[in-house]
Design a protein around this ligand. Structure first.
Ligand code: ZN
Length: 297
């Protein structure tokens, strides 16, 4: 499970379905959940380059129908802030996302939400922070730089609705893994090579929370579950929520993560580098998820 006590990641014992494997081989495509595989893709995957006897083709069809009949619940994102609607989020962006230079820790890797007065609220401080999707806790960070108190929650892409999978596909995220950065990083190249990319998940980070997160690593979280309160911990100048989204291999966990402080351990730093600059966890603007929810009828 642990790779040299470094970066915890579980491998899928095999390619869960041949469609997922096939998709992985084509660059930059988000894996398609088995219950969402378009008919066209199924035909493409099932059709062998050499003609197959009719009975061989037929033997595959029942397996496909079984796969397609497995119901997987899909979700659309909700607002990460209690009492603030998704369509209101753009009004309280205090620092927008700014894509970093390739492999560097510059730019702004997320969206900051803050206000002094909004609607019935006189301050964002202590406002409840909720999980925008159901998922699994991948990181519990207790007052470490730069994120302060923070939580990362993983949601398998198969649990996202078609609209959001299409959106992710349209972003055409850069797939290049980076081993070098201006950021001071321990060598993580070997760990990256060992990762499985059979399936991918959405990872959402909620940072600068007021209190130490009361969640266990790998615990299941419901959509809308309160995971903390807006605070001002870590490298933060005022109470705000830093929301960050990435697409990465499933079942990754970061038991520790930190940087920018003399107290950080090699392990914390390596995990920070993997998260921030390796591009194994592909970054995108979280507001894209809330734009789409506003334009839908
Ligand atoms: Zn931020």
């Amino acid at each position: 499970m642990a790779k040299r006590g470094f970066f915890l990641i579980s491998f899928f014992t095999c390619c869960a379905i041949f469609t997922a494997c096939a998709v992985q081989e084509s660059k930059s495509e988000v894996p398609i959940p088995e219950n969402k595989v378009p008919t066209a893709t199924l035909i493409k995957v099932e059709t062998s380059p050499t003609p197959q006897p009719a009975d061989k083709v037929l033997t595959h069809k029942p397996e496909l129908s079984v796969t397609l009949s497995q119901a997987i619940q899909v979700f659309e994102p909700i607002s990460p802030l209690e009492g603030i609607l998704p369509e209101e989020l753009k009004q309280i962006v205090s620092n927008p996302f700014l894509m970093p230079t390739e492999g560097q820790d510059d730019g702004h890797h997320g969206t900051d939400f803050s206000f002094y007065s909004f609607g019935k609220f006189s301050s964002i401080d202590n406002l409840g922070v909720v999980s925008i999707f159901p998922g699994k806790v991948s990181a519990v960070i207790s007052d470490r730089p730069p994120y302060g108190n923070a939580v990362i929650i993983e949601t398998n892409l198969k649990n996202l609705s078609d609209d959001y999978l299409s959106l992710l596909d349209s972003l055409d995220l850069d797939e290049t893994i980076r081993h070098k950065s201006n950021l001071n990083c321990p060598d993580y190249s070997q760990e990256i090579l060992e990762f499985s990319k059979t399936e991918e998940s959405l990872y959402v980070l909620y940072a600068h929370l007021k209190n130490e997160p009361q969640l266990e690593l790998s615990a299941q979280v419901d959509q809308g579950q309160v995971i903390g309160n807006v605070g001002n911990t870590g490298m933060s100048g005022n109470s705000h929520l830093h929301l960050e989204m990435r697409i990465g291999p499933t079942n990754a966990t970061f038991p520790q993560m930190a940087h920018y402080d003399n107290s950080v351990t090699t392990l914390e730093m390596a995990n920070y580098c993997l998260w921030r600059v390796s591009n194994y966890f592909k970054l995108f603007d979280p507001m894209r998820f809330f734009d789409i929810s506003q334009t839908k009828p």
